[in-house]
Write a protein of this length. Structure first.
Length: 289
């Protein structure tokens, strides 16, 4: 009933589409830098300063930034059907990304710059083996976090964006992998940093994704009706629950559903992001958000 996720057939790819994608990505990043990130021309610092004036507490500011992003992101997602009818799939995707991306950048930059503020609740960084365990947990979390970005050409509106009903790969483990990945990521970072700002960020992010579980199922039910109910009955929100109780039957060579370019790309990008942490931290610090 559902679609085969992470399917990537090289012979079906058009060079022109990927060149177009590269051009769009470059233009988007340039506009984002000028209009939002660059303190001399953008509104990112103004936005952060405005939210920060509400409270002197970095925990409150962190929660407010997540709340603003969550309301805008989930609100626009809920209006997707109506918006696409009014302005079309591609135009709505541009609107959705154009509003969500700056708010996401602000939230991430603020977290990086203030992750060690607040009250230290525990200190476990000297625990033998903890760093390795949390590093592995964080690594695994990205395989759950980004299943929706497999169709990059749709994300950039090169191809017409669609609302997909995935059923293979990571979806066999959990129907809401992004929520599960976010919970794993938050737990790993909260345990390692162990302060009130990180705890506040985790509470906000997990709360947003738990709402996304309900909202995502609601939107899929409206779009796909009985087809979604069939997929819902064969999957679970809690990881492995449908497999354990026999509702999800794994194929004999299930591992082949992960041996695909999108998953291999996630592996490379996740490792790259880990080693690029110092660069990300330095870039965020220079913004003074």
């Amino acid at each position: 009933v559902g679609e085969d996720s992470a399917e990537f057939v090289l012979s079906e790819q058009k060079i022109s589409s990927w060149l177009y994608f590269t051009a769009i990505l470059g233009v988007v990043l340039y506009i984002l830098n000028v209009a939002w990130i660059d303190n001399s021309t953008g509104f990112g610092k103004v936005f952060i300063d405005a939210v920060s004036t509400i409270s002197d507490s970095p925990e409150v500011t962190m929660l407010l930034l997540i709340l603003i992003f969550a309301v805008v992101h989930s609100g626009l997602a809920s209006l997707r059907d109506t918006g696409e009818k009014l302005i079309g799939e591609r135009a709505f995707r541009v609107l959705f990304a154009g509003v969500s991306l700056p708010l996401a950048v602000s939230t991430v930059v603020y977290f990086i710059n203030h992750r060690y503020d607040g009250v230290q609740l525990w200190q476990l960084q000297g625990t033998p083996g903890l760093h390795e365990f949390l590093w592995f947990s964080n690594f695994v979390s990205f395989f759950f976090l980004y299943p929706s970005t497999f169709n990059l050409l749709e994300v950039a509106a090169v191809d017409k964006p669609k609302m997909h009903l995935w059923e293979t790969g990571i979806m066999r483990i959990t129907r809401h992998p992004q929520m599960v990945g976010q919970v794993i990521w938050c737990m790993a970072h909260t345990i390692w940093i162990g302060n009130s700002v990180t705890l506040a960020a985790s509470v906000g992010l997990i709360g947003h994704h738990l709402f996304g579980v309900w909202n995502g199922d609601r939107r899929l039910a409206v779009r796909y009706g009985e087809a979604f109910e069939d997929v819902k009955n064969r999957t679970s929100v809690i990881p492995f629950a449908a497999i354990i109780d026999g509702r999800q039957k794994l194929p004999p060579e299930y591992w082949k559903e992960f041996l695909r370019l999108p998953y291999l790309s996630i592996t490379g990008l996740t490792l790259g992001a880990y080693f690029a942490h110092p660069l990300m931290q330095a870039a965020s610090f220079r913004l003074h958000w």
